[in-house]
Design a protein around this ligand. Structure first.
Ligand code: IPM
Ligand code: MG
Length: 394
């Protein structure tokens, strides 16, 4: 039976790269029914909702989705761009991807950062004697995707009952003299259930794919309750996985070390905000936006997306120059998820071949500024890059 895949191109270059990924899937012999779903800025402006109910219904029905990118703007700017008849009706803009993660409880976020040999964007460093070294990075970040600072439990000028609760905490003394209206509070809530799920997912992945260590990257020395809970759970779960070393780093130190010895890390696990940060950090070592792919996985629904944004300016170029590889790699993660692992690895090998040969390179790989002129400077267009991957598949 043919699978149905929900496609949510979203805004800007999301609309460019998603169809390119489907061209590669087709060429790899994966056939599916692709059903479009509305999401993004255009629906915010026209309907006051960037994530319409009809899209949620489609996702609920078909479970698997490819997602492009979304344009987000600050609250007041967003309100201004609403259709005139929707002004002052209480519509508030929120990030639809964060909304999707919450709505479908896509609590496991998986972000592989693996360097391709020959990628000119790979991180290099100076070794002993000044020798240039290019460490091979092969890291998979497991980010808790629904809780923590993204949970949305926050207030400016908190209501009386909340204020009273805060006031009952001995550490609130330092804030007690601040007028209530001048207080902004964002909570960082971790649950045992979700924390255990992300930690287990990390260890399972390490075991299945032969990674030697799981590094928990939090800040338990300061954020004792939440980071402390994650570290404690890691220690418990680690007992079930003999042979996989549990390492423990603080987010700040990790951001410093990741350029020093990135090849020594395997699987990482973090809460939501720190996972967001550390995954960008490692992505920077393997090519950045053009190469960073990601999966948002729940118990039922799974959504696969490149981590880059919608880059609205680039979407206006007559010939698109953006690198489609992050989107194609996200599609590979989808194939893995639905058991089409052989096709996924063939596509990854094709990308590896194109990158290593170096004949076709997007502007980012040539380290050019992304102007329309890059085509005259040897940069491949989006389509040419996809074509090269498809040729390498054959
Ligand atoms: C990501 C992005 C999102 C996040 C933004 C776009 C809301 O940075 O997927 O990493 O913060 O999770
Ligand atoms: Mg991010």
């Amino acid at each position: 039976m043919k699978k149905t895949i929900i496609t949510m191109p979203g805004d800007g270059i999301g609309k460019t790269v998603l169809p390119e990924a489907i061209r590669v899937l087709d060429a790899a012999g994966f056939s599916a029914d692709y059903v479009h779903a509305d999401i993004g800025w255009e629906f915010w402006c026209a309907e006051g909702n960037p994530l319409p109910q009809r899209t949620l219904d489609l996702l609920q029905e078909h479970k698997i989705s490819l997602f492009g990118a979304i344009t987000s703007k600050p609250k007041t700017e967003a309100a201004k761009e609403l259709a005139p008849e929707l002004h002052d009706k209480g519509y508030v803009y929120y990030s639809p991807i964060v909304g999707l993660r919450q709505h479908f409880n896509l609590d496991i976020c998986l972000r592989p950062c693996k360097s391709f040999i020959g990628n000119p964007l790979n991180f290099i460093r100076r070794g002993p004697g000044g020798k240039i070294e290019e460490p091979e990075v092969d890291v998979v970040i497991f980010r808790q995707n629904t809780e923590g600072l993204y949970g949305g439990v926050e207030w400016t000028n908190p209501p009386d009952n909340v204020y009273a609760a805060l006031n009952s905490h001995p550490k609130f003394k330092g804030f007690a003299n601040t007028p209530k209206e001048e207080l902004a509070v964002s909570t960082r809530i971790f649950t045992k259930r979700a924390t255990e799920r992300i930690v287990r997912a990390a260890f399972e992945h390490a075991k299945r794919f032969g990674y030697k260590s799981v590094t928990v990257c939090e800040k338990p020395n300061v954020i004792r309750e939440t980071s402390g809970m994650m570290l404690h759970i890691c220690k418990e779960v680690a007992k079930e996985y003999r042979g996989i070393e549990l390492r423990n780093t603080n987010i700040d130190a990790q951001m410093m070390w990741l350029t020093k010895n990135p090849e020594t890390y395997g699987v990482l696990v973090s809460g939501n905000m720190f996972g967001d940060i550390v995954s960008d950090g490692f992505a920077g070592l393997i090519g950045g936006l053009g190469f960073a792919c990601s999966a948002n996985i729940g118990e039922e629904v799974a959504i696969f997306e490149p981590t880059h944004g919608s880059a609205p300016k680039y979407a206006e170029y007559e010939t698109s120059i953006v690198n489609p590889i992050a989107m194609v790699l996200s599609a590979c993660m989808m194939l893995d998820h639905i058991g089409e692992t052989e096709k996924a690895s063939r596509i990854r090998q094709a990308i590896a071949r194109v990158v290593e040969e170096g004949n076709v390179q997007a502007y980012d790989m040539l380290k050019l500024r992304g102007t329309p002129e890059v085509s005259n400077q040897g940069a491949a267009s989006t389509k040419q890059m996809t074509d090269a991957i498809i040729r390498a598949l054959k």
